[in-house]
Design a protein around this ligand. Structure first.
Ligand SMILES: N[C@@H](CCC(=O)N[C@@H](CS)C(=O)NCC(=O)O)C(=O)O
Length: 235
């Protein structure tokens, strides 16, 4: 069964931007986007919870050729799926034959969306999203872990090649590229290798399209939304 249309539920510059970036790489602007105002807690509405019970973005709506709509959550799974579904775009090593390149891409995709994502998320929620439950020790713990364990691994890759998985741009860069920008927003990834990588990524037309809404994003919950946010957000 073929897919005929894709729609992304999104909020600027957060995890859904990874998927938006990849969709822009694969399809230009030939897909739909609906902004879910997360600071207004729209992700907790009964209607949205039907689409994604985890009350977050990204959610991907896949329209099938028989007209059915299916929902998918988890950005990492979307990135893996989409890169494979459009093999002619060459954003992931082929899935039907064994290759060490594919093993490396899958490894780095999962590192990016689980291990590294978890550290960045802990830093972010304790700095900007949790309010009264904020814990300084957690921020320090994950900043240290990121700086001493993640940065050297990524820097070694970028000192050798222009992209995370080698000479070619791949779907993994949509995840790790965003992770590097996220880390920089929290004072990490300051080595020139990261600035050069971020510069290369941000020149890509698909990146520019995907992040064209970045001005609508704020790291912190806007003051006038804090009260509602505090009653919903579970972290
Ligand atoms: N593991 C999920 C996490 C998605 C996620 O937590 N997204 C955040 C934004 S970066 C969100 O929408 N949070 C809103 C909430 O939980 O209230 C993924 O990568 O897709």
């Amino acid at each position: 069964m073929n897919l005929t249309r894709l729609k992304l539920y999104h909020y600027p510059a957060i995890r859904s931007a990874r998927v938006k970036w990849l969709l822009n790489e694969l399809l230009d602007d030939n897909f739909d986007v609906e902004v879910i105002p997360v600071y207004d807690c729209a992700q907790y509405s009964p209607e949205y919870l039907q689409k994604n019970p985890n009350h977050n973005v990204p959610t991907l709506e896949i329209t099938l050729e028989n007209g059915e709509h299916r929902m998918m959550f988890e950005g990492g799974a979307m990135v893996a799926l989409l890169a494979d579904v459009f093999p002619d775009k060459g954003l992931a090593p082929a899935a039907d034959v064994f290759s060490l390149e594919r093993a490396d891409c899958l490894q780095m995709l999962h590192v990016g969306t689980s291990t590294v994502d978890m550290m960045l998320w802990q830093i972010r929620i304790h700095t900007h999203l949790l309010g009264g439950e904020r814990d300084e020790k957690t921020i320090t713990r994950y900043q240290n872990k990121f700086t001493h364990e993640v940065e050297p691994e990524l820097k070694a890759r970028l000192d050798q090649h222009p992209h995370i998985c080698g000479a070619r741009f791949s779907a993994v860069d949509c995840v790790m590229g965003q992770n590097v920008l996220w880390a920089q927003a929290y004072g990490m990834c300051q080595a020139p290798s990261f600035a050069e990588y971020a510069g290369r990524m941000s020149e890509r037309p698909a990146f520019i399209a995907a992040y064209s809404d970045v001005a609508d994003f704020s790291l912190a919950v806007p003051d006038d939304k804090r009260a509602t946010w505090g009653t919903h957000f579970t972290g």
